[in-house]
Design a protein around this ligand. Structure first.
Ligand SMILES: C[S@@+](CC[C@H](N)C(=O)[O-])C[C@H]1O[C@@H](n2cnc3c(N)ncnc32)[C@H](O)[C@@H]1O
Ligand code: SF4
Length: 293
């Protein structure tokens, strides 16, 4: 594959074929995200002939491909016509593929109808990773996500109406100390309204420094320490009212690893988070050097 590195994908796509149909992110303004800021990651679409060529090569290699992930950061910015062509090519070259997934900004779906998403689902595209990050409009504004509670909810509802699945990312610590409570409460409210199929929480991290992030908050951002992050998780979990959502807090950025199904495992997960708040030494927390993005 002719990848333009670095290449990111959700942890659950570790065994998927990563098909880079776009390079970078067309938005690229979120102050916490440095993933596509290097010069070679400037946003552009990959020509269809190049995608076809890569698929033909994979098919010729005889590799058994069951899952495909469309990279990079917002492949869903592509038109429905272009996405259809890509999915048809995947079908033609790799007939054993059962699931295609993609990152998806809420605004990527604004001009796509439920019927269009249904057509894409029938062609295999059935899982969207939506970086909601927060349900709090003030926090979303401070980090320049370009989305709101309502725009995020509209996207989650559209995905559900089309019979596809959503996997949401929420960022623990995103509002700092000052906005921790409203970030947790409004994120829970967004998840309760949207009922995603999967929910994962990551800890907001600053591998290249905090300056850009802090600037967005004026002088209001004070990073949460570990106990603060756990208290925020406690508030989030306490307020989640999910019917059937697979919950994962196992990304490498997390200090505390949590896995379960909500609502069934809510109390079990809360017991662990409560221990992290009151007696963290009793838990096998990730050390700083074990963390990453
Ligand atoms: C590669 S991005 C693509 C997501 C997609 N563009 C969207 O916004 O929905 C995947 C996710 O990585 C996470 N991420 C990015 N930068 C991060 C950071 N500095 N700390 C923690 N998580 C981060 C965010 O949750 C983001 O949604
Ligand atoms: S979080 Fe998503 S939308 Fe924001 S800059 Fe990163 S890839 Fe782009």
């Amino acid at each position: 594959m002719n990848y333009i590195e670095p290449l990111y994908r959700p942890p659950s796509e570790a065994r998927s074929l990563i098909l880079q149909v776009t390079n970078g992110c067309s938005w690229n303004r979120c102050t916490f995200c440095e993933m596509y800021t290097q010069p070679q990651k400037r946003f552009h679409l990959k020509p269809h002939a190049a995608i076809e060529g890569e698929l033909a090569q994979v098919a010729a290699s005889g590799a058994a491909v069951r899952r495909v992930f469309l990279a990079d950061g917002d492949a869903m910015t592509l038109s429905t016509r272009r996405l259809r062509a890509i999915l048809e090519s995947i079908r033609r070259h790799l007939p054993d593929v059962q699931r295609v997934a993609s990152y998806c900004l809420p605004r990527n779906l604004k001009s796509k109808t439920v019927e269009e998403l249904e057509v894409l689902r029938e062609l295999g595209l059935s899982l969207y990773y939506v970086g909601c990050e927060s349900g709090d409009d003030l926090v979303l504004d401070r980090v320049r996500k370009g989305e709101t509670f309502e725009s995020s909810l509209a996207a989650l509802r559209k995905i559900k109406s089309a019979g596809s699945k959503s996997s949401v990312m929420i960022l623990n610590g995103m509002g700092g100390r000052m906005y921790s409570e409203q970030h947790a409460l409004n994120s829970a409210r967004l998840m309760n309204a949207g009922q995603p199929d999967y929910l994962s929480t990551l800890v907001v991290s600053f591998p290249l420094g905090k300056e850009r992030y802090e600037k967005g908050f004026g002088d209001e951002f004070k990073e949460l320490d570990e106990p603060g992050l756990f208290r925020e998780m406690q508030l989030l979990l306490n307020n989640l009212d999910l019917e059937q959502t697979i919950f994962r807090s196992d990304h490498a950025s997390n200090y505390l690893v949590l896995r379960g199904t909500l609502g069934r495992d809510k109390q079990k997960l809360l017991n662990i988070v409560n221990t992290a708040v009151t007696n963290p030494d009793a838990l096998p927390l990730r050390q700083e050097w074990q963390r990453g993005l």
